[in-house]
Design a protein around this ligand. Sequence first.
Ligand SMILES: C[S@@+](CC[C@H](N)C(=O)[O-])C[C@H]1O[C@@H](n2cnc3c(N)ncnc32)[C@H](O)[C@@H]1O
Length: 279
Amino acid sequence: MSLTHREFAFDTSDFERIKLTLYKVAGIKLANSKDSMVYSRLARRLRALGLNNFSDYIYHLERNSNELEHFINGMTTNLTSFFREAHHFEMLKQQLMQTNGTSRIWCAASSTGEEVYSIAMSAAEAFKSLAPPVEIIATDIDSSVLHIAKEGIYAKNAVSALEPIKLKQFFHKGRGFNEGKVRVVPELQKLVRFEKLNLTDNNWGRVKGPFDVIFCRNVMIYFDKKTQSRVLKRLVTFLKSDGLYFAGHSENFMGASHMLRPIGKTAYKKVCDSGNAKK
Ligand SMILES: C[S@@+](CC[C@H](N)C(=O)[O-])C[C@H]1O[C@@H](n2cnc3c(N)ncnc32)[C@H](O)[C@@H]1O
């Protein structure tokens, strides 16, 4: 634990209790080196609540179910971008063009929305229409990022790497309060339903399979092996036979060949006889 002077008392036992709580409520396994990160992410909650030390914060957290939401929102890492791992979106377009009827797509840790709007833009491009035959569900455990995603308003630098044609077709320039920002066009927003969902919960509530495509990228890395395998097994049951599964760049499922077969870089197809969810 770092010895630099801190505004709030925070010791190893506080860190251990926070680590345990985060693991229990979100499946997120923190490394021992993450104490400074925990401190800086939660210090603003202590300030907001007028508390003097982490021990009092943990006491408050354990007795106020409302605080849990702030705690989770503070502790998640939400890094994302438009068309991250661009090859997945090319594969998605190919798959959509080969599918008859409406394709159901689940973006399972959608963060602030860049990923799910990249999916929606790809669908619009595949069908040359702002009303493509897709139904998209975007979920995340963090209610604050879901709020940003629903709004669909982004700083200009978030879209600076997009081709000008995409900017023109899929974004409006912000005005007034949103001057200097861009907003996803309402037609794309209408394609997406947002839901709060914890992948490590046993109940996935309003999200019902089966899906043609699941994006579950750059979230499994926060889980331990046991949790990864439990979540993956369940996600695969939410895929149609032959459905597509996209994983993050550092996530590989070498031990899951009975469920998923690799079809490209971090892209998989469901192995047909590996089971479906009871809906
Ligand atoms: C690094 S971001 C990845 C965002 C996006 N999928 C991407 O690849 O660009 C990880 C996201 O996973 C979410 N997350 C973390 N634990 C989760 C859980 N147990 N259930 C659902 N989402 C979770 C976080 O809130 C965060 O928005």
